[in-house]
Unconditional design. Structure first.
Length: 142
């Protein structure tokens, strides 16, 4: 099993909303993730949930890999600030407890379409270009 020198952080709050073909966002994300990067199961994958109430925390708990933690949600106004504070706190928690040299934040509404080579490619870019500190692995379409 391939091990990546990377911590994969997947933050979640109510990831079952906005269903696509009957599946929640977190389900679509994880299905495409595992299809494109099946070896990620052997990596340092961390799920942090902010007390979801839509079944997404239970879905995350059913996944056969990863470190899973449910933490209280900070609620303040405006709502966008609350979301930002929770996301940043969750990422910080994953970063502070990681021993890996690289960190990857995966949002619970991401869809993967490229096979696993892009993780290897991103790590190679970071290791061979000391002036680069961030590799964006998304492809934007119209």
């Amino acid at each position: 099993m391939k091990k990546y020198p990377i911590t994969v952080h997947i933050g979640n709050y109510n990831g079952m909303r906005d269903r696509i073909d009957g599946k929640g966002r977190i389900q679509v994300t994880m299905e495409s993730f595992l299809e494109c990067i099946p070896n990620i199961i052997g990596a340092d994958v961390r799920f942090i949930d902010n007390q979801s109430q839509d079944g997404s925390w239970e879905y995350i708990q059913s996944l056969p890999f990863g470190i899973k933690e449910c933490v209280p949600q900070v609620k303040i106004e405006p709502k966008w600030l609350s979301i930002t504070i929770n996301n940043m706190a969750n990422m910080r928690k994953s970063i502070e407890t990681s021993e890996m040299p690289y960190f990857w934040n995966v949002e619970n509404d991401t869809y993967f379409f490229r096979k696993e080579d892009f993780v290897k490619e991103a790590i190679e870019i970071l290791e061979t270009n000391p002036d680069i500190s961030l590799v964006h692995m998304r492809r934007f379409t119209k």
